[in-house]
Design a protein around this ligand. Structure first.
Ligand code: ADP
Ligand code: MG
Length: 369
């Protein structure tokens, strides 16, 4: 036997110690302190371990993997590193405590006015986050113009009733509920405040959503009483405001942010839709409605800017034919930006849980006391 046989024998404790130097870029603490590392296995020179992310839609997953791998590879004697992943989304307990919803987070999508692409964005974000592996529900709370089912190709379907609960309709891995499922087509829905409130409450209590990581709520356009009342029907983890870059729309962003602030709902960010156009023949970029408006408003209001989505006829066609662009053309500029905004949104929710009082971790996630 060679006398140096055990010289570079790797210990599990060494692996943990090393991973304790790898910082989670968004949460700014190391992986071990965050309790994200488990299942460390040492088999000679081959190391396996698991990293539990705070969302399956983690934008920094590759970076975290690279850094963790590089750190462990640097331990003398290590030749192979296998990084495994899973995710445990932190939980806003108020959803269960107050409205008995088994959803870990609820996010409302608002806009100052109609036609900015709020529903398009909400639908694509929901589908994208679901494709990343999260359990996602989409509540179409735009009772005046409920068009989410159309956008996701499930218009005309009727939800089933099981055990006296309404089952949401499934589309692209997302559980969808909409007033459009319950009213006859072409029949205008006229609601007064209390009825509205009642309808949404029913969507929360009478629908069997099952367990969700994220419930995304598409609010009616505007920031008036109806929107306020809706947003109050459930404890919202956070809110998102969708805008276009025109000055008139940007003035409305301030109102949207103001609405969430009034409700003490953290603003997770502003999304600028129809920001620019890339000519398909030349690849030139045209900023038809001006430049940088959404970013400036976000900065001025002290809220995050989540990203820009270009104008793309495929987005519009997809909306009409029920095929969201994140499915039809995920690598197109619009598809890519929607996917990346979905991940940023999920990451912002994780960060919020780390910093905000009144939030607590799910029992098996010990990153917050
Ligand atoms: N980035 C985009 N590029 C092209 N068309 C878009 C884009 N975003 C939205 N649209 C189209 O604009 C119209 C309005 O979008 P919608 O999501 O219904 O707006 P809102 O919910 O704010 O009223 C729809 O026809 C939609 O397909
Ligand atoms: Mg809409």
């Amino acid at each position: 036997m060679p006398i140096f046989e055990n010289k570079d024998k790797v210990e599990e404790s060494q692996v943990l110690e090393t991973l304790g130097t790898v910082i989670e870029p968004e949460l700014h603490r190391d992986l071990v302190t965050l309790d994200m590392v488990s299942d460390v296995q040492v088999d000679g020179s081959e190391i396996d371990f698991k990293i539990t992310l705070t969302t399956p839609a983690c934008p920094l997953r590759n970076q975290i993997e690279d850094e963790a791998r590089a750190a462990v590879m640097a331990i003398p004697g290590v030749e192979t590193v296998n990084v495994h992943f899973d995710a445990n989304v932190p939980q806003d307990n108020r959803l269960f405590d107050q409205v008995q919803l088994k959803a870990r987070n609820a996010v409302a999508v608002a806009s100052g006015k109609g036609g900015v692409g709020k529903s398009t964005v909400a639908a694509n974000l929901a589908v994208s986050i679901a494709r990343d592996g999260a359990k996602v529900g989409l509540l179409d709370a735009d009772i005046y113009g409920p068009n989410i089912p159309l956008m996701l190709g499930v218009a005309g379907q009727r939800p089933r009733v099981m055990n006296e609960k309404i089952m949401p309709v499934e589309a692209y891995g997302v559980k969808v509920m909409s007033m459009a499922f319950l009213v006859e087509e072409d029949q205008p829905v006229i609601w007064r405040g209390p009825m509205l409130h009642g309808a949404i409450r029913q969507f929360l209590t009478d629908v069997d959503w099952g367990e969700l990581d994220y419930l995304i709520v598409d609010l009616p356009p505007g920031t008036g009483d109806a929107q306020l009342s809706l947003a109050q029907s459930l404890p919202l983890t956070g809110g998102v405001v969708v805008t276009t870059p025109q000055d008139v729309a940007l003035a409305d962003v301030v109102k949207g942010i103001g609405m969430f602030k009034q409700l003490k709902v953290p603003v997770l960010g502003v999304i600028e839709n129809m920001s620019y156009f890339i000519a398909p023949d030349t690849g030139n970029r045209y900023e038809i409605f001006g430049h940088g408006g959404g970013e400036k408003v976000s900065e001025r209001m002290g809220v995050p800017f989540l990203g820009k989505i270009p104008i793309d006829p495929t987005v519009c066609e997809g909306g009409d034919t029920g095929k969201p662009i994140v499915v039809e053309a995920p690598d197109s500029p619009a598809g890519e930006s929607l996917r990346s905004i979905g991940q940023s949104l999920a990451a912002k929710i994780s960060v919020l849980h780390m910093t905000r009082e009144g939030f607590s971790a799910s029992p098996d996630l010990k990153i917050m006391q």
